[in-house]
Ligand binder design. Structure first.
Ligand SMILES: Cc1cc2nc3c(=O)[nH]c(=O)nc-3n(C[C@H](O)[C@H](O)[C@H](O)COP(=O)(O)O)c2cc1C
Length: 171
């Protein structure tokens, strides 16, 4: 039997909702007997321990939250040698549950650079009590709420697990 695969799920999150999605993906992988580590992108220095990587970023004005973008840039070579999946969390409505939403241009460029296998967009969450001018405006426009689709997130985690288990020796 092939050695257990170790997968890193890492994220850039300003208000915690992308972090939550990363945890749920981690749970789905763990349920499929995969060794998973879920960590914020700002704290990772070495990808050597990992056979595959999932990177997620909260979307702010069409870009990934800074830590996720920086992580992808700095670890480009190591990521290129591993299977990589990307997700963005953003839309503050049900659109991401209803159809596939392509990544914004800046994230598509990251996907190209690291030769990501897939990119997925999940709905986001806007906490009513978050601060910031734009946030308050979005809340005033009635865009507050949690649009993360747990079932869709779990299904995607299981899909990644199947690929990782199937590959056995990713890369
Ligand atoms: C100032 C601001 C800008 C945003 N820009 C976008 C955007 O360009 N595209 C999008 O889909 N969602 C956008 N969102 C929604 C966020 O991506 C969503 O709230 C996400 O869940 C935040 O992730 P986090 O909690 O991990 O920081 C924006 C939210 C705020 C507050």
């Amino acid at each position: 039997m092939a050695a257990a695969q170790r997968v890193l799920v890492t994220y850039g999150s300003k208000h915690g909702s992308t972090a939550g999605i990363a945890q749920w993906i981690g749970d789905a992988l763990r349920a499929r007997e995969i060794d998973v580590v879920v960590l914020p992108a700002s704290g990772i220095v070495d990808l050597e321990p990992y056979d595959a990587v999932v990177i997620g970023g909260g979307l702010y004005s069409g870009r990934w939250q800074r830590d996720a973008a920086r992580f992808a840039r700095r670890n480009r070579k190591a990521l290129d040698r591993r299977p990589v999946w990307l997700f963005s969390s953003g839309p503050l409505d049900d659109s991401a549950s209803e159809k596939e939403i392509p990544p914004p241009k800046s994230v598509a460029r990251i996907a190209e650079r690291v030769h990501a296998r897939e990119h997925m967009t999940f709905g986001g969450r806007l906490a009513e009590d978050s601060d910031g001018f734009l946030t308050r405006r979005l809340v005033a426009e009635g865009r507050g709420g949690d649009f993360r689709d747990r079932e869709r997130i779990r299904a995607w985690g299981e899909h990644i697990a199947a690929e990782v288990n199937h590959t056995g020796q990713p890369g």
